[in-house]
Write a protein that binds this ligand. Structure first.
Ligand SMILES: *[C@@H]1O[C@H](CO)[C@@H](O)[C@H](O)[C@H]1NC(C)=O
Ligand SMILES: *[C@@H]1O[C@H](CO)[C@@H](O)[C@H](O)[C@H]1NC(C)=O
Ligand SMILES: *[C@@H]1O[C@H](CO)[C@@H](O)[C@H](O)[C@H]1NC(C)=O
Ligand SMILES: *[C@@H]1O[C@H](CO)[C@@H](O)[C@H](O)[C@H]1NC(C)=O
Ligand SMILES: *[C@@H]1O[C@H](CO)[C@@H](O)[C@H](O)[C@H]1NC(C)=O
Ligand SMILES: *[C@@H]1O[C@H](CO)[C@@H](O)[C@H](O)[C@H]1NC(C)=O
Length: 164
């Protein structure tokens, strides 16, 4: 029974590599005053399709997307959205800089975060279109993926066999 669990976990890890990441601002410190969010964002790599999420006490804080002027000066310049639920999941659909601040004055106490969202490292559909004759690279890439997944399962079985 136990080895089934090992296989399931490893297969899950293999599948997860393709999933979007939810970047929780401030990790376990959440969205609060007097935290250096530059240190947090510097440790994250954001890709198109990821989410950034803000956790805070509803009513006390909130989240506004602004532009760089708004971010630098803690103003509503270039405001593009606001969130107030206390557990806000914000999609990041474009490769660009995003700027978020707290709109209740707490921006001046450090509640601001700027991030850079990168294009996906490999955009298979765009590559296919550009080359016209689609296929070979994507097919071989898919084959490699299938192969590595198979390897992980085989490895898991081997590990389980040794362990139990
Ligand atoms: C956050 O930390 C960085 C790196 O140590 C530093 O350059 C920056 O001034 C800090 N920001 C604030 C608001 O303290
Ligand atoms: C950044 O990541 C490194 C390596 O994982 C870790 O040691 C460090 O504490 C992290 N810094 C912050 C501010 O989360
Ligand atoms: C911040 O505000 C000051 C004064 O209002 C302005 O001169 C400056 O350009 C602003 N910052 C940015 C990045 O625009
Ligand atoms: C931000 O938006 C304000 C108001 O629309 C605009 O005046 C300013 O130039 C913008 N700043 C940037 C850096 O785009
Ligand atoms: C917040 O967003 C809502 C729509 O989601 C909009 O109607 C409202 O005007 C916004 N508030 C501010 C202060 O920008
Ligand atoms: C991939 O490229 C296609 C075609 O250029 C584009 O429409 C699509 O938005 C891109 N996808 C991502 C996630 O960047």
């Amino acid at each position: 029974m136990a080895w089934l669990l090992v296989v399931a976990v490893l297969a899950g890890l293999a599948a997860d590599r393709c999933a979007a990441t939810d970047h929780i601002v401030g990790a376990n410190h959440g969205w609060n005053p007097n935290i250096n969010y530059s240190l947090w964002s510097g440790n994250q790599t954001f890709y198109v399709g990821d989410l950034i999420s803000f956790r805070y006490q509803k009513g006390t804080h909130n989240v506004f997307e602004v532009n760089q002027t708004g971010y630098d000066n803690c103003t509503m310049d270039g405001v593009a959205g606001n969130w107030t639920s206390g557990k806000d999941f914000i999609p990041l659909p474009e490769a660009r800089r995003y700027y978020f601040i707290c709109g209740n004055g707490f921006c001046l106490q450090g509640m601001k975060v700027a991030i850079t969202v990168h294009p996906l490292p490999h955009n298979a559909s765009a590559d296919g279109k550009r080359r016209g004759s689609t296929g070979e690279d994507e097919d071989s890439a898919a084959a490699v993926h299938a192969l590595s997944a198979a390897w992980m399962v085989a490895l898991a079985v081997a590990v389980a066999a040794v362990a139990f």
